[in-house]
Write a protein that binds this ligand. Structure first.
Ligand SMILES: O=C(O)C(=O)C[C@]1(C(=O)O)C=C[C@@H](O)C=C1
Length: 367
């Protein structure tokens, strides 16, 4: 058969595959509605196990790679979960015409929250220095007033701290929360607001603005002295599958100094060392080792992030220097072991790390 004929045959098969996906998604939509009306949870881990198991079994019987079949089914399940989650958030419509002001709402995460609230039926007003005044749009948040059911402070960290301090004097009637990656620069504002009797709490979404499925993601709630505010904010996410964590103000930044600060710094150090090595990245990438490729992928993603935000995450964390010192110490230790030819010391370092990492269980609910 000619190449063109074979490709035509493939086109037909691919079309049928897409048709089957569309039919699957229609049924998934009906399942989602049934779950809503019968009060069942969106995610069903048992059922997912059955679906993935069946796909592997059938693949084996047809001499198809079971890993391939499983990964295709996992993608389809992800898409089912995302659409069922979206439908549930919209159906529960907690907004019901309530009003929300998003300060910094034209930024990336601010935009995510704007969409999240709009999908729940909230009337969304955006204030952001990068936009012009218009319908429910303000360049200066002061012009919007503070008469809202919810105010979200999603501005850069240093500015968010100032806004919270100002809000403490304006005493808004509604729920107020920030979404900062760090709480050190916001502590004074959060405390002032709580002391002024405001319904204030603090959130840290551990996911990026491109996230459209909250299952497997974490959202940290940091109580700022108003348990009522934290409860109300938690309820806003009850229709989603996000994992809610509660943390206190002090623990948050100490832990985040490792989770964000250390991992960002490690990747910045990696690409800085590479950039200054004199070896061209494409040439190195061609040599392609599994570890190098994975590391390059992560550090490329870090390099594309907002450098001002990343600087704030390092510099404004009062616990930030500890993990950086630990990183320098570790690199110096490796350097010394290598320079001294200390094989036993090097092996011990790796054994110790393996033992430490074995205590950290892998995320089990990622499809
Ligand atoms: O069977 C269901 O309950 C579905 O919603 C369908 C489906 C799937 O795509 O196969 C999606 C999500 C569930 O967690 C399990 C399975």
């Amino acid at each position: 058969m000619e190449l063109d004929e074979l490709r035509n045959e493939l086109n037909g098969i691919d079309r049928k595959l897409v048709e089957l996906i569309a039919r699957r998604q229609q049924i998934v939509g009906r399942i989602g509605k049934t779950k809503l009306t019968t009060g069942r949870a969106t995610r069903d881990f048992e059922r997912e196990k059955v679906v993935l198991g069946l796909a592997r079994e059938q693949a084996r019987a047809l001499s198809v790679d079971p890993d391939l079949a499983e990964s295709i089914m996992a993608s389809l399940i992800r898409s089912s979960l995302a659409s069922q989650e979206r439908d549930r958030v919209a159906a529960e419509g907690r907004g019901d015409g309530q009003s929300v002001l998003l300060i910094g709402g034209a930024g990336k995460m601010g935009g995510w929250f704007a969409e999240f609230f709009a999908s729940q039926g909230y009337a969304v007003t955006i204030a952001d220095t990068t936009i012009e005044d218009g319908d429910r749009c303000y360049k200066d948040w002061h012009d919007a007033g503070v008469d809202f059911d919810v105010i979200v402070v999603a501005a850069p960290l240093a500015i968010s701290g100032q806004i919270l301090l100002e809000l403490a004097t304006l005493k808004p009637r509604g729920l107020v929360f920030d979404i900062g990656s760090l709480k050190s620069p916001l502590k004074a504002g959060l405390r002032e607001m709580a002391a002024a009797g405001c319904k204030v709490t603090s959130l840290h979404p551990m996911f990026g603005p491109d996230t459209n499925l909250l299952s497997g993601r974490h959202l940290i709630f940091v109580d700022a002295g108003s348990a009522d505010a934290t409860r109300t904010a938690r309820e806003m996410f009850s229709a989603t599958m996000v994992t809610q964590l509660e943390m206190n103000l002090e623990d948050h930044d100490r832990l985040i100094a490792y989770v964000l600060g250390l991992s960002h710094a490690l990747n910045i150090a990696f690409f800085t060392a590479l950039a200054e090595s004199g070896e061209a990245a494409p040439r190195l990438a061609k040599l392609s080792s599994t570890t190098f490729d994975s590391q390059l992928l992560i550090s490329s993603a870090v390099a594309r992030e907002n450098p001002y935000l990343y600087f704030e995450i390092q510099h404004l964390n009062e616990f930030g220097i500890g993990p950086l010192d630990a990183l320098c110490d570790s690199v110096n230790r490796i350097r010394k072991l290598v320079a001294d030819g200390d094989q036993a010391g090097f092996v011990e370092l790796m054994r110790h790390g393996k033992e430490y990492l074995a205590t950290r269980s892998a995320p089990s609910d990622a499809v």
